[in-house]
Design a protein around this ligand. Structure first.
Ligand code: SF4
Length: 547
């Protein structure tokens, strides 16, 4: 075996990528990724001890670095071995600095993970063969639960990183991330690991709330907005990923240049924020979900900026036009770094390139109405409640999460088509690309596809569910007229799944497959305790949900 990774839905043969990642990750990056996680666990152990012995917590720089390093290990973020190695080196350097600066707090420490201090790159690389997912956890149930927690933490880290970039911190959340990483190195009974997984879910809700606050403080409350899906005649820059700060800077630097900005995939919900809507050159959304980027990027014709996940193997058709920034990276692709002093990014090379490129070729037309973020849904809640009481809305079906390459994901389009006229789809994330063109109409002014935004905006959907619970006087969230039919792909959706489980939500349909990292015991426990279901036949599932 050259590598082992089973963190995403696309994993090889539904069991694990062993020679090459189905995502495009090679063994070098996969192994270095394992080492970065190992370094982060050690850093967690050291900070936990420092807190206990000296009452000192990590500084902001450490918290931001931890969030960024964990984020880099999420699927489809960083494919660059040099950057992954640099992260491993920095993790080791941070541990060494901590040990040297507080010798009294670490006296007598014999934790091998904390004290792993390789002397050179060769030792860092070699360590991968000792700390990989399979090698470090021989018990499959313990391994399953530890990895579930780590994947949930990766999701939290992504949300935390975006919030921190906007100046919104949560020390307790950062502290939880480091503490939970440390806990995954300990021998714990299965029950304790399950409790940690559920706590990770609770902290995911906190992370989503933090990012919601960061986004709305910076860019205003999202408003219901029609997003154009066609193109204009000017040259354009396509921005993809999730980082709204990058979009803000790009819009400012392209204002008045004659270059339009188009969003792609998970950047679509940005159109609903007042701060972005006021830019007339924010022209629309281009293309499909992340997995279709080869086609979309080739046809776009102008520069492309990837700000976070998801980037897929870069193709010749657009290799000369693609740039990365933030945690996203692909070897050989120009990476726009933030100025260390000001944090500002210079996107002028993209603007200059855009002016030499033809305008984008159309791939779609018409529009899509989104922007039902937390406050918009709160405003809509009384009307929704009235329609529920009248019987005009019989059921909500949450289909928020990820899209992906698997053909079986067409299930979600079929479900959208088959749902009866008194059912409303609540969505967030790129899952919506599967059914956004299904003409479902509306119910007395309430659209039958309600899009809350990016995947972190699942928080708005959770918030709506809790408001309905209160207003309808329902004691148990499972008695609400809501069914959860969640398409998952990467570790952010693992975090969202844990969040739902932590709220006690049962009968969740998960698809297109169950995670390979669920051991039979973990899977059976979730099926037994939470009635976790796999998606099946669309007609039968619709009938069951509506029943
Ligand atoms: Fe395989 Fe997914 Fe890991 Fe990529 S992220 S190597 S596809 S399991």
């Amino acid at each position: 075996m050259h590598m082992f990774c089973y963190q995403c839905q696309e994993t090889g043969e539904g069991a694990g990528c062993r020679f090459f990642g189905a995502c495009g990750k090679d063994e070098e990056v996969a192994n270095l990724l394992d080492v970065v996680i190992h370094a982060l666990k050690g850093l967690g152990v050291l900070h936990e001890r420092l807190r206990e012995r000296a009452g000192a917590g990590p500084d902001r720089d450490t918290e931001l670095w931890v969030a960024r390093a964990l984020f880099a290990t999420v699927t489809n973020v960083c494919f660059d071995p040099a950057r992954m190695l640099a992260l491993a080196r920095e993790g080791v350097a941070r541990k060494r600095a901590l040990l040297e600066s507080h010798p009294e707090a670490f006296a007598g420490l014999d934790d091998p993970v904390a004290l792993w201090l390789p002397s050179d790159d060769a030792e860092i690389r070699h360590t991968a063969y000792q700390v990989g997912v399979l090698l470090s956890n021989p018990d499959e149930d313990v391994r399953s639960l530890r990895e579930t927690v780590i994947y949930g933490l990766k999701g939290i880290a992504a949300y935390l990183y975006h919030a921190m970039v906007l100046g919104c911190d949560d020390r307790e959340l950062s502290s939880f991330v480091l503490g939970a990483l440390a806990t995954t190195t300990r021998e714990l009974p299965v029950a304790d690991l399950i409790a940690l997984a559920l706590e990770t879910g609770t902290m995911t809700i906190r992370a989503m709330a933090l990012l919601d606050r960061a986004n709305t403080q910076a860019y205003g409350e999202p408003e219901a907005t029609r997003v154009e899906l066609g193109v204009r005649g000017n040259p354009g820059i396509l921005i993809t990923g999730h980082d709204l700060k990058d979009l803000e800077e790009l819009l400012e630097q392209t204002a008045g240049t004659g270059v339009d900005v188009y969003t792609h995939s998970e950047m679509l919900p940005a159109h609903a924020y007042p701060a972005f809507r006021r830019h007339p050159h924010l022209a629309g959304n281009y293309g499909n979900a992340w997995w279709n980027q080869n086609e979309d990027f080739a046809r776009f014709g102008g520069p492309i900026l990837v700000t976070s996940n998801c980037i897929t193997p870069v193709q010749e058709a657009y290799r000369q036009r693609i740039f990365t920034t933030g945690p996203a990276a692909w070897p050989g692709v120009p990476h726009v770094e933030a100025d260390p002093a000001t944090g500002a990014k210079d996107f002028s090379p993209l603007v200059a390139l855009a002016r030499r490129c033809p305008p984008p070729q159309p791939v779609d037309s018409g529009g899509f109405v989104g922007g039902f973020g937390r406050t918009q849904l709160e405003r809509l809640a009384p009307r929704i409640l009235e329609l529920v009481r009248q019987g005009a809305i019989r059921r909500f079906v949450v289909m928020g999460g990820c899209d992906g390459r698997a053909l079986s994901r067409d299930y979600y389009r079929e479900v959208a088509e088959r749902l009866p006229h008194d059912a409303v789809i609540l969505t967030a994330g790129c899952a919506k690309y599967r059914f956004m063109h299904v003409p479902v109409g509306e119910i007395a002014g309430v659209p039958r596809i309600v899009d809350a935004g990016q995947c972190n905006d699942c928080f708005a959907l959770v918030n709506l569910a809790l408001r309905l619970k209160e207003a309808l006087g329902v004691a148990d969230v499972n008695d609400l007229p809501i069914s959860y039919n969640i398409p998952w792909y990467d570790q952010k959706s693992v975090a969202v799944l844990l969040a739902l489980l932590s709220l006690g939500v049962k009968h969740i349909r998960l698809g297109p497959t169950f995670p390979a990292f669920f051991s039979p015991l973990v899977r059976d426990t979730l099926v037994k305790e939470y009635d976790l279901l796999r998606i099946g036949d669309p007609a039968a599932d619709v009938a069951a949900m509506m029943g």
